[in-house]
Design a protein around this ligand. Structure first.
Ligand code: BES
Ligand code: MN
Ligand code: ZN
Length: 497
């Protein structure tokens, strides 16, 4: 998608679709009033007639409107309550994005002048508008699916109409938004691909392809390398799969050579059967999304590399498939992790922590400024927070605050849960330094407490995205989260240096 900035009078803009936001009731915003005058009062009368849906994001199309240069007018509801909230802003743009993506018009202009939630800068508005509109155009081209009737291409050219003047800062903001959507699209593609395609080798190839495209170094560690490092915990998870385990390490060096890197670690279980502790059959296909943490790391690296952010970021993806089989790890097995700590595997379905602990130990060698891991780690997190917020845990409060802010600013929110030592007793084992199972209470917290035992030498945060990275039901698919949160976090880090 190509996104540009425009200024001028909306009624004179020649475009396929002109998008205008109006409240479902009450007064028209200033630019809508201008347009209404050109349209001879039609906009105001549509509002009066109740034609504009009460739900922000619902849309209405006027074909061949008289008085304006555009071929059609897409009227988007801003909801009922004024002034405009951030949620209504996002919902309105998402509604517009969806309508534009399936329209026959290949060109559109979105009037942003009226869309200004209180307390947000023009740069914020552009970054978000660009991201949401570009993300609205996302389509997954399923490799095996036959299409009888080709869908319209949608609007690939979108102009954002703002109050003059268009500055470099505003152009940059729009580019940032488009780059975040591009990162989300990669994360979504990886999640949506079937697990017989997106296996550990595929994640490694994706990392290598990114490195090639953007000119950064990528190392793929194979089983023999992982054995040499002593990653017996990670290797225990992947042992029964025909797809060999990989550790993908990506080095994005946008900052000064000596600057400590931010390390992102993403859980890459390309399919989670549970292993010998086999999961029930219902909804098991959705365990292809168990590599979403890895997808978000690859996606975020794509975003920051596209933008050339002046920071150093290392992406680490432990990639495995968790299968049962004659060679599989058993409940009761004791393994030695790379850190030297031993683990009694009481449940082979608590595999995420087993691969992450070794990847987190590996991260130490980079002398990181901080480490953030992203993982579809626990069903308990879905119970606690549902699909609205990712769970956040951290051993450093300023880092937690930064990530929470990245969530609020991007609308891709996280909520902090405790990491108190009080929970550590639940991980006691009679046969090893710890067990990988914390019992039925506070499952997300004990999973994070397990990881905390491997992250003592640096500032660390953990995002449990089990409820946010994908959705089930009719709209089943990857959401691309938490690429927006991570990108916002890295953008502000890059501005701080
Ligand atoms: N990948 C799952 C967590 C998950 C569940 C993600 C639902 C998305 C939706 C993870 O590996 C897992 O199986 N966790 C277990 C841990 C338990 C055995 C301690 C769980 O949550 O039940
Ligand atoms: Mn599992
Ligand atoms: Zn899992």
């Amino acid at each position: 998608m190509n996104i540009t900035l425009l200024s001028g009078s909306p009624e004179t803009i020649q475009t396929g679709t002109l998008v205008i936001g109006v409240f479902a009731d009450g007064a028209l915003p200033p630019t809508a009033q201008l347009l209404d005058a050109a349209l001879g009062g039609r906009l105001a009368s549509l509002v009066k007639l109740g034609e504009v849906g009460a739900e922000a994001g619902s849309t209405l199309v006027l074909h061949g409107p008289t008085g304006v240069a555009a071929e059609r007018l897409l009227i988007v509801s801003l909801g009922k309550t004024q002034p405009l909230s951030e949620k209504a802003f996002r919902d309105a743009l998402a509604g517009a994005g969806k309508a534009l993506a399936s329209s026959v018009a290949t060109q559109a202009c979105v009037i942003l002048s009226d869309l200004a939630p209180a307390g947000r800068s023009p740069e914020w508005r552009l970054r978000h508008a660009a991201r949401i509109l570009a993300d609205g155009a996302y389509r997954f081209d399923a490799p095996g699916k036959r299409r009888d009737a080709p869908k319209p291409p949608g609007a690939g050219e979108i102009g954002l109409l703002i109050e003059a003047p268009t500055t470099e800062e505003l152009k940059t903001a729009a580019r940032e938004g488009a780059a975040i959507a591009e990162g989300m699209a990669l994360a979504k593609d990886l999640g949506n691909l079937p697990p017989n395609v997106c296996n550990p080798g595929y994640l490694a190839e994706t990392g290598q392809a990114l490195g090639k495209e953007f000119g950064f170094e990528v190392d793929v560690l194979e089983r023999a390398d992982l054995e040499k490092l002593g990653m017996w915990s990670l290797l225990a998870v992947g042992r029964a799969s025909y797809s060999p385990c990989k550790l993908v390490v990506m080095h994005y060096r946008g900052g000064p050579a000596g600057a400590q890197p931010i390390v992102l670690v993403g859980k890459g279980v390309t399919f989670d059967t549970g292993g010998v502790s086999l999961k029930p059959a219902a909804l098991l296909d959705e365990m292809k999304y168990d590599m979403s943490g890895a997808g978000s790391v690859l996606g975020t690296l794509k975003t920051i590399a596209r933008l050339g952010l002046p920071i150093n970021v290392i992406g680490i993806v432990p990639a495995v498939e968790n299968m049962p089989g004659g060679n599989a790890a058993r409940p009761g097995d004791v393994v030695t992790s790379m850190s030297g700590q031993t683990i009694e595997i009481l449940n082979t379905d608590a595999e995420g922590r087993l691969i992450l602990c070794d990847a987190l130990t590996y991260a130490e060698r980079f002398n990181p400024a901080c480490v953030v891991d992203i993982a579809t780690l626990t069903g308990a997190c879905v119970v606690a927070l549902g699909s609205h917020a990712s769970g956040l845990f951290a051993n450093d409060e300023p880092l937690a605050a930064e990530l929470l802010k990245g969530g609020v600013d991007s609308g891709d929110r996280a909520w902090q849960l405790p990491l108190w030592d009080d929970y550590q007793v639940q991980l006691k084992s009679n046969f090893a330094d710890m067990s990988n199972l914390g019992g039925p209470a506070a499952g997300s917290v004990t999973a994070a407490c397990f990881l905390a035992r491997f992250t003592k030498t640096y500032k660390w945060a953990h995002l449990d995205v089990a409820g946010t990275a994908s959705i089930g039901g009719d709209a089943k698919g990857s959401t691309g989260r938490p690429v927006p949160l991570l990108s916002e976090f890295l953008l502000s880090r890059s501005q701080a240096t």
